[in-house]
Design a protein around this ligand. Sequence first.
Ligand code: HEM
Length: 497
Amino acid sequence: MSFQTRSTHLLKQLRGVNPFGGDCLPSRVSLFGFGRPTLPFPHLWNYKNPLKIFETFYYGSEREAGSGKHNRYIYVAGMPPVLLTREPAIIKAVQAETGDKPGQFDRDTSPMAGIARATGTDSLLYSNGSVWRKQKRLSAEPFSRANLFQPEKFHGFEQTFRETVAKRLEALHSHLVTTGQQTVRVELEPEVKVVMLEMLVNNFFGGNVACEDLRARYVPAIEMLIAHMIGDTVAPRTLTLLDMLTGRHAILKQKSIDFEALTDIALSGRAEGCGLWSQFKSEATNQALRSNIRVFLAGAMEATSSFASWALSHLSRRPDIQDQIYEEVKNMSVYDPDNLMHAVTLNRVLEETLRLTPALYFLPRRATADTWIETADHRKMFIPKGTQLRLDVWHANRCEQFWGKEVTGYPAEMFEPKRWDILAQKGISSRDMLHFGFGHGPRFCPGRYLGLLEVGLVVGAAVKIFKFTAVNERAEAIAGVSTKPADGVLVDLELRS
Ligand code: HEM
């Protein structure tokens, strides 16, 4: 930030002036206060609970009138304002105005500093401006629906999935036979992660890594690196010191070596056009692609595992919906896109899962210039240059005003796929009611089709083979890079037949 901008911010801050303008005026959150869940910014003691930090922004906001209820900001002397919004119309307007044109919003990379140190800065996720545009063009083809949903590609994913699940099924079956039990208590999330990484490495990138290696070596490496990336964003120096003192430093180094080895495997299929590499047309060297491959491996495993784990977690509390999905998939011998498309309940479950428990719970943006945004109903907000925006999808999708009984027929915080039928009866589709599960606008998720394909496959097949019942009454959430069920989807699992 220039000296002049800094001084302007400082003056406004000292005079208590609201730096925003227009008819959607955000309201101010003080830095310190009593009775709130935590402080409204991350520090060493609260950074592992970002949802609580966001919650703090809305503390007392019910007293505000109009836009101030859902749009909140903090403004610290000498720093740019931080705006948190849970208003879908504002989230949509900002997303639509994010891109590489002059004056548009950038993705704010400050909450990703740790990710960039581990993956590199020149990835599609991290870059902005012309670098991002180029990356976007390059990745479009391999990620396209047309490519991923070609029958032979799809059957490859399905085959890998079946083989992995078959092995686990055998193990489960013999466990039940030898113990004489009807059910076995397991955490499903670790299983989901292995399957997701396997489909990505072996099908998408055309690798050939044994499931056991993924389970024992590569999944733990990615998990540990992701946990490290978050702390490394909030308190890099303190964390490095702590790692050295506790000996974690050496373990992390080994995990980085493992992650690099996996990146090599993913790249090794390129020369022969294995997996989806056949659709990738670029002169870029393998070295130049490494950051993106790391982001795809770690990010995709994280996001697809979050999505599938949440769907299984919700279903573990709804045996009625498991039975409905079972009716849809019981005669499905091939999980191809056509068949999956006709599984109406399954698709509603996936939509509702992303709404209530989005994998990416907030989307960061930065104003590159003084900007006016306009909502679909022609309300305007002035956002000053340098503002850091946090588009709080998690709380937007749980807000009664936008997703509650009056609008969708069911309370906003309830998992109820039927709300999509009610919306459909009113002529409202998921395009009209955006939950931003895959983002919106130019920086929309390129992995959407791949993700939906994998998650549909995993959830559909799980219901076809098992009945599963949650051990814990409530599905609490934890959040890091993505959100997850806090209990790892702990269920009592029973074979259907
Ligand atoms: C199925 C689970 C997935 C979910 C819920 C998900 C969600 C999202 C969301 C919400 C965004 C927008 C972020 C923003 O606007 O700031 C995004 C972007 C992105 N996603 Fe995904 N994603 C998933 C799967 C994948 C997969 C499988 C890949 C790649 C293999 C992927 C790669 C990316 C990349 C590279 C971006 C950045 C795109 C850009 O900035 O232009 N995602 N994802």
